[in-house]
Design a protein around this ligand. Structure first.
Ligand code: SF4
Length: 424
């Protein structure tokens, strides 16, 4: 089974029809997007999910990443985070645990969600190597590919695979230096392994074998961004661009074989470089779906990084990014709680919508809200609100007993004053 190969043969599958229905588009548009590599629909032969189309012409999608760390391991809390992410309206979930029984945590999270689930198989490969052989640098290549296949069989829909870190990328990194170092765990693990073993990254050197696994299990390949900047001063540097060029070439190769591909992007970027990053990424990848991680537009606001990411994500989406990874208020400080996961998803959904207002011209809901506000029609306002319960809760907690305005201006409600003298 391969949606790409079906699409190339001109077949419109049920998955394509469902995504077309969700987006209000012609199924033929979705088929052409899959055939051309501009749209992906992460699926799994092992599990039914709420389908989610990612790519050109589609609503910007939001991913929520959850998972344990080596310090905090509580499976029930991770299952609750998955629930909160889904409740808040996330489109996909990435299960990125690095502490505890990784197989069992993934099984429980996958069993507890209807969303497409992504993973990073090399985390498990490196962490198991640390436990079994004493250090991550002793990771065995066979284990990496075995774990990738096992995670696929467990029902994983898409995988972030760090294919673009090779000797060339490392050379760029070494020659130029970095203010913020490396912030990708996958990038750091693989770099350490390559330097210790003096060997090429097996995900790059054995890319054909990796493609066989992806194709056999119909996993969507998300080309990992291990060299992303972790500080705005490193944005768009040589190592990041080198990795992107390698990923772009491999992405074409994978898609030609029938694999759905997404290409990840940074990271930390000042706002005046976001547009350039989107154009560059779309241009060199032949318009593959662009998965933007963040981006964070300043480094000075720990505790508020969900809001910092909203600025970057809304601009990214407006310029053409297709998929954004949420950021929680706990970013850079601690493992997020279920409440912070919920907050992060809501923030990212707002950013995605702001971007779609420009990218897709989707403004109907905003227009409806404008009319409902003008008419002081509160039920219509709640109906179109992104989080109706929260909006209702605030209004009800401080409501005027005898007015249909709100308590912000009370008797001096501008809308009521104007309505007495003017009709729109
Ligand atoms: S009272 Fe003020 S804030 Fe409230 S609805 Fe009227 S104009 Fe808007």
């Amino acid at each position: 089974m391969s949606l790409v190969l079906d699409a190339k043969k001109g077949i419109i599958t049920d998955e394509m029809k469902e995504v077309a229905r969700q987006e209000g588009l012609d199924p033929e548009y979705i088929r052409r997007g899959l055939a051309g590599g501009h749209i992906a629909i992460p699926v799994s032969p092992y599990r039914k999910v709420r389908l989610c189309g990612i790519g050109e012409g589609l609503r910007t999608k939001v991913n929520a990443s959850i998972g344990t760390s080596s310090d905090i391991v509580d499976i029930d809390v991770e299952v609750e985070k998955a629930r909160q992410a889904e409740l808040a309206g996330a489109d996909t979930l990435m299960e990125l645990s690095t502490g505890g029984d990784l197989v069992e945590i993934r099984r429980r999270v996958i069993a507890g969600t209807n969303l497409s689930v992504g993973s990073v198989p090399l985390y498990q490969a490196f962490i198991e190597a640390a436990h079994r052989y004493g250090a991550i640098v002793h990771m065995r290549e066979d284990d990496l590919f075995r774990i990738t296949a096992e995670q696929a069989r467990a029902g994983t829909n898409f995988m972030a695979i760090h294919t673009g870190i090779n000797y060339e990328t490392m050379k760029r990194l070494k020659n130029q230096g970095r203010h913020g170092g490396l912030v990708s765990r996958g990038g750091a693990f693989m770099t350490a392994w390559m330097l210790h073993n003096q060997k090429e990254n097996p995900l790059y050197s054995e890319f054909d074998y990796l493609c066989e696994i992806m194709l056999e299990h119909e996993v969507t390949l998300s080309m990992g961004n291990g060299m992303r900047a972790g500080a705005v001063h490193d944005a768009t540097d040589r190592a990041q661009v080198q990795e992107l060029l390698i990923n772009a070439e491999l992405a074409d190769k994978a898609h030609e074989r029938g694999i759905q591909v997404i290409v990840e992007g940074p990271g930390h970027i000042p706002i005046d470089e976001i547009q350039a990053n989107v154009i560059l990424q779309k241009r060199v990848t032949n318009r593959k779906p662009f998965y933007m991680l963040g981006p964070l537009v300043t480094d000075i606001a720990p505790g508020y990084d969900d809001r910092v990411a909203m600025i970057g994500a809304s601009l990214s989406s407006a310029y053409g990014a297709d998929f954004i990874c949420y950021v929680t208020p706990a970013e850079h400080l601690a493992l997020p709680t279920p409440e912070e996961v919920y907050e992060g998803v809501i923030s990212s959904r707002i950013a995605a919508h702001v971007g779609d207002m420009v990218k897709l011209g989707r403004r109907d809901d905003d227009l409806e809200m404008g009319h409902a506000r003008r008419d002081l029609d509160w039920e219509r306002q709640f109906a179109v609100a992104l989080n109706p319960e929260f909006a209702r809760e605030i209004r009800d907690s401080r409501r005027s007993a005898d007015s249909d305005a709100c308590t912000m201006c009370g008797d001096y409600c501008a809308l009521k004053i104007v309505r007495k003298n003017f009709s729109f």
